[in-house]
Design a protein around this ligand. Structure first.
Ligand code: 5GP
Length: 344
């Protein structure tokens, strides 16, 4: 475990409001209690965490984000949430993170202020913490297209304003609601403006949508659960992934706890890794699933019998797929130095 913790790691799939730890949520709750804002003391923390034996299915899991959202409704609390989450990833030995979040209008801020607050918090953190961070703006597929258009415009605007912070646009939210096809114009516009694209893809069995997404040529996809025929995919979905070699952000504990995968041993990481397709180990929602990036590396090593060199190579390879082009080389050097130190 010490090795997984010390290994410099790359996090490419972490939703801000799903990453809030218990201590961050307590601090946020205190902030609301101390201010004249509406009282959040009725928030049920116990329902936020989804463990292995949880009876909630993937759809029910989406309800928990409302708990986090109630605690990040002001610029001040959103800033605290961003800073504390980055601090926790840093403490866990993460050297680079692409944090993602869905801009919301709240009674206390607009979507624009939402992005602005996270972008500025990231810049502030970079002054005193070694972790390097970037923002991927999220579009929720279960919300109207008109909202996606507004968010796309903001992502493009902020990519121009803060090119060293806002690097990508992604599609997430309840996978059984909405059609990717309807969001294509937004993602096309973002791509043409220089934003990188990642899509939650194949979280539920929907071969047509998987093919449509892979044909769009996103820079990465999230989960990719139902792509291999062993996991509800088809020969075509697997062939398409194999041909495009689209990197997959893999979230082991998230998939097991939401029962998208029956257990760790039968997780589709195995098929992806054996086929030598690019995979990146990620946490998804470390707060909701009570995990950490080093824990995901440890679980992966234990489940699939990977040695230290193989684990370090996973972190090293992840550098190739980061959205901040300028950081690829320095991050690779950092991991290679670590490997040298351990004679890997
Ligand atoms: P936020 O974007 O508010 O910072 O983070 C929470 C949001 O991320 C959720 O409301 C949901 O839209 C998205 N999200 C978090 N985890 C998952 C996941 O496992 N799958 C999908 N499709 N979306 C997720």
């Amino acid at each position: 475990y010490a090795f997984c913790s010390e290994l410099p790691k790359i996090e490419l799939h972490a939703h801000l409001n799903g990453s809030l730890s218990k201590s961050t949520m307590l601090q946020l709750k205190r902030h609301y209690a101390d201010s004249s804002l509406d009282d959040k003391s009725n928030i049920f923390f116990d329902e936020f965490q989804i463990g292995a034996g949880d009876t909630r299915n993937l759809s029910n899991c989406f309800q928990v984000f409302g708990i986090a959202h109630a605690l990040t409704s002001t610029p001040e609390t959103l800033e605290i949430a961003t800073k504390m989450t980055l601090q926790e990833f840093d403490d866990d030995g993460c050297c680079y993170i692409e944090l993602r979040s869905t801009p919301r209008d709240t009674p206390h801020m607009t979507k624009k202020q939402y992005i602005d607050t996270i972008a500025q918090s990231m810049q502030k953190v970079s002054v005193h913490l070694p972790i390097m961070s970037r923002l991927i703006v999220s579009i929720n597929r279960s919300h109207p297209i008109s909202e996606a258009e507004i968010i796309t415009d903001l992502a493009i605007e902020y990519h121009k304003k803060y090119p060293d912070v806002v690097v990508g646009l992604e599609l997430s939210g309840e996978p059984t609601v909405g059609k990717f096809e309807d969001f294509v114009p937004c993602f096309t516009r973002a791509k043409e403006s220089g934003l990188k694209i990642t899509l939650h893809c194949g979280e539920v069995c929907n071969p047509e949508e998987i093919i449509c997404m892979l044909n769009f040529k996103p820079d990465r996809i999230g989960h990719g659960t139902c792509i291999h025929p062993n996991h509800g995919g088809t020969e075509n979905t697997w062939a398409s992934l194999f041909k495009t070699k689209t990197p997959v952000e893999v979230c082991l504990t998230s998939n097991v706890n939401t029962k998208s995968a029956p257990d760790y041993a039968s997780h589709h990481f195995k098929e992806l890794y054996n086929a030598e397709l690019p995979v990146i180990l990620c946490t998804d929602d470390k707060g909701v699933f009570a995990t950490s990036l080093s824990q995901e590396y440890r679980i992966c090593a234990e489940t699939f019998d990977l040695d230290q060199t193989q684990l370090a190579r996973l972190a090293l390879n992840a550098c190739q797929f980061i959205f901040a082009q300028d950081l690829k080389k320095p991050l690779m050097s950092k991991i290679l130095n670590f490997m040298d130190k351990y004679s890997l």
